[in-house]
Design a protein around this ligand. Structure first.
Ligand SMILES: C[S@@+](CC[C@H](N)C(=O)[O-])C[C@H]1O[C@@H](n2cnc3c(N)ncnc32)[C@H](O)[C@@H]1O
Length: 748
């Protein structure tokens, strides 16, 4: 779970927070919006306008962006033909989900809303977003509407149901759907608010075994909730939420189908009102004494058992090596290995004053670089050039983040221009970075090397895209599936565009593609969809030769790195691919090179497709933390003969796996304990998380912690992140997810 982005917060909830005319006000707000022409026909813009109203005018009880995304992911997974929502309010969830259902090839979305005024608002906004062909808004109490839809034959089966209406009716409506056969094995339920404010009868029902349900039906349950009492344990405020308009609530008395069992999973997310990231500051504060004690213990141990120092070099042979990006685990891992195993002078630089790298004893000096000023990267480039000049840097190892890769390439060119001679740098030139990083250029380039690529097309108009998606198949040819990626747009846009195409109906595909407004200014890549496991690699390339290489299964979100053994077929395939690209780069090709691959099929017959290239260091380099030979690989940059002879350095075997405790403690320990205390999750699920966490603590390694260099771990968790959170609270800086290992806080 990420932290809530405060800038997304709606205005606070008042005592009366709905049904006071604000729903109609919302319609006036949207239809008189200066951007109305762009809102028309665009579900995304209609949702943005609803959010704008909630943030600047009045609170709205919508599901919100964070929780909405979870259900959208579920829709993409389940691909429901028919989805039903109970409780539509002003249509936020309806527009968001119906758009996702359409994108996943679905046909129908039923929004059931009891209040006719709200239902009229939904219908109006659904029309405005152009989703009227898939959405049916049904006015009336959910139980009556479900029964009516079933009897008229309009609704025969529900693939995915979203429950977000009157909390006590969750269980009774679910049972009704079971009895009518609308919900069958394979149907998926997504229920909002079961954690907060809580819905114990619903959770109890979906977690009961067949035997328990039968016993309760027959009235033999000992001491449990009385069958039929669906308000038990739900707060009085929630039970009376709609009492102003519907004085007496009525429920279906359906017995349900006790033979159905559900697999259940609780997912925490945020209401649009927000959860302050103060909690994370508190976590850092409460764990501070433990970390401080750990630092002291490590310090004493380090004094008693110091690491052996590399032999000093004769006068004049000591070089200065600069590593940039030392706030990140990858930059620190490289400096750590170099400082332990080379006698050269190591200096580090990064853009943060509070960088955990500045306190690392691996560095002799830390320098702060200037942050790029908006789109102007010059201040950053100038400050880096200044460091290279003033410190007489002999070798620069660039470990900067992806956003600075092109600028870093430019720095190499300018440094050479200034010196009038070759400047040794582990950094590709700007044009190489662009060629490898831009999705379409990369695929074209790889194709030119005769290496396998997923079928990909660059398109600058909707017609081009439609032509490819709806093109005729040869006889016997299987239906191919594609995804559509924006080119040169940020990764957030890409995350929203991973829709499987074409849809069943040609007109749906056409409608969808047209809504993306593909043009020469907004080009897209149509790419063959490949289903399979994803892998990432990290390589050090010097003068066109791969001198160090490792790879592992991709797991950015879990933040786990487990090396694939060099003897495996997959490893060899990925290495061969990387070597081919490196060779093609020639003598001037030095830098960190990493690829993302998808493997189609398994074992020795699997076929690898590269999907992306990152021409910069990958966090997987932490796998080398106990491999001294990595230092020699970097130093081979000083001697062409050595790099030509070097054996490829792979992480020492057995290689420990890496995790980040700051991440693990939140997702695998604190949250599960919280659920346990609140009685919200099954003990077995909590136990699984705890076991994972414990296993990591015992047998994995933290990517930041080091017994002989413990202060940077302390600074990361008790200075860097808290300062970032406090700053974010004060300035309202946009962030919704944090990555402990790259020290980045970014929008999801
Ligand atoms: C929390 S709001 C739904 C928000 C909406 N799902 C969204 O995220 O945009 C709950 C809605 O359920 C409706 N509702 C409550 N009880 C209902 C019932 N028995 N049948 C149908 N709708 C109901 C309320 O009128 C209200 O509009």
């Amino acid at each position: 779970m990420g932290s809530f982005d405060q800038t997304k917060a709606y205005v606070p909830q008042e005592d009366t927070f709905f049904d006071d005319g604000r729903e109609i006000e919302l319609l006036h707000f949207i239809y008189s919006h200066p951007n109305i022409d762009n809102i028309r026909g665009s579900p995304k813009n209609v949702l943005a306008a609803i959010n704008e109203f909630g943030r600047t005018k009045k609170y709205l009880m919508n599901v919100g962006e964070d929780k909405g995304r979870i259900v959208c992911d579920l829709i993409a997974d389940v691909k429901p033909k028919t989805m039903v929502e109970l409780g539509g309010y002003v249509g936020y969830s309806c527009i968001l989900y119906a758009d996702a259902v359409r994108a996943a090839g679905g046909k129908q979305y039923f929004s059931l809303e009891r209040n006719p005024e709200f239902a009229a608002v939904i219908s109006s906004l659904v029309d405005l977003s152009g989703l009227d062909s898939i959405v049916k808004v049904v006015v009336g109490s959910s139980d009556e509407s479900l029964a009516r839809l079933y009897e008229s034959g309009v609704l025969t089966h529900i693939d995915l149901i979203f429950l977000d209406h009157y909390k006590p009716a969750y269980t009774t409506d679910l049972k009704l759907c079971e009895e009518l056969g609308l919900i069958t094995p394979g149907s998926v339920l997504a229920a909002d608010n079961v954690i907060k404010p809580g819905n114990p009868p619903y959770l109890e029902y979906v977690r009961s075994s067949i035997k328990e349900k039968r016993e309760r039906l027959n009235g033999v349950d000992e001491g449990g909730a009385k069958e039929g009492d669906s308000t038990q344990g739900i707060s009085e405020k929630t039970v009376k939420q709609y009492a102003n308009r519907y004085a007496k609530e009525k429920f279906s008395n359906s017995p349900g189908n006790p033979n159905l069992v559900y697999e259940s999973r609780l997912v925490n997310s945020f209401e649009p009102t927000g959860v302050p990231n103060v909690l994370l500051i508190l976590l850092s504060f409460t764990t501070l004494p433990f970390s401080a004690a750990l630092v002291v213990a490590c310090y004493v141990y380090g004094r008693l058992f110091p690491l052996p120092k590399p032999l000093p070099l004769p006068h004049g042979e000591r070089k200065t090596i600069l590593v940039t990006g030392v706030s990140m685990s990858k930059g620190l891992a490289i400096t750590r290995v170099l400082s332990e195993h080379t006698p050269h002078r190591l200096i580090g630089a990064d853009i943060s004053v509070f960088s955990p790298g500045r306190v690392s004893c691996a560095l002799e000096k830390y320098l702060v670089l200037t942050l790029p000023d908006g789109r102007d990267a010059e201040p950053y480039i100038d400050s880096l050039l200044q460091v290279i000049k003033s410190e007489s840097v002999d070798l620069w190892i660039s470990c900067s983040s992806v956003v600075a890769a092109v600028e870093d390439g430019e720095v190499v060119r300018l440094a050479e221009q200034e010196r009038g001679e070759h400047f040794e740098a582990i950094q590709f030139r700007g044009d190489v970075v662009e060629r490898l990083h831009e999705k379409d250029q990369f695929i074209d380039y790889i194709k030119s090397l005769d290496l396998p690529v997923p079928e990909s097309y660059r398109c600058t108009s909707s017609d081009e895209v439609i032509g490819i998606l709806t093109g005729k198949r040869r006889k016997g040819e299987e239906k191919r599936r594609f995804i559509l990626k924006p080119i040169g747009v940020d990764d957030r846009a890409r995350a929203n565009m991973m829709t499987m195409l074409p849809f069943e109906k040609c007109e749906d595909t056409v409608e969808y593609v047209k809504s993306l407004r593909v043009s020469s200014k907004n080009p897209f890549q149509v790419q063959q969809y490949i289903s399979g496991a994803e892998y990432c690699t990290h390589a050090l390339v010097i003068r066109g030769r791969v001198v160090a290489f490792t790879c592992c299964p991709s797991s950015e979100l879990l933040m786990h790195y487990e090396a694939i053994p060099p003897s495996s077929h997959l490893f060899q395939q990925m290495l061969k691919f990387t070597q081919r690209v490196a060779e093609d780069g020639g003598e001037s090709f030095s830098g960190h090179l990493s690829f993302d691959f998808l493997a189609e099929g398994e074992g020795r017959t699997s076929k690898l497709y590269p999907i992306e290239c990152n021409p910069h260091a990958h966090t997987a380099v932490v796998l080398y933390l106990s491999t001294p030979q990595l230092a020699s690989a970097y130093l081979s940059a000083f001697s062409p003969a050595k790099s030509a002879e070097m054996e490829i350095v792979t992480p020492r075997t057995p290689t420990p796996s890496y995790y980040w405790i700051g991440h693990g403690i939140v997702v695998l320990f604190i949250l599960p304990v919280l659920y346990l205390l609140l009685g919200l999750n099954k003990a077995s699920e909590i136990l699984d998380c705890m076991t994972d966490f414990w296993e990591h603590v015992i047998s994995w390694r933290d990517g930041t912690f080091m017994v002989h260099d413990p202060v940077r771990f302390f600074v990361l968790h008790h200075v860097y992140w808290p300062v970032k959170f406090v700053r974010s609270l004060i300035t309202g800086t946009r962030w919704s997810r944090t990555n402990v290992c790259t020290t980045k806080a970014f929008e999801q």
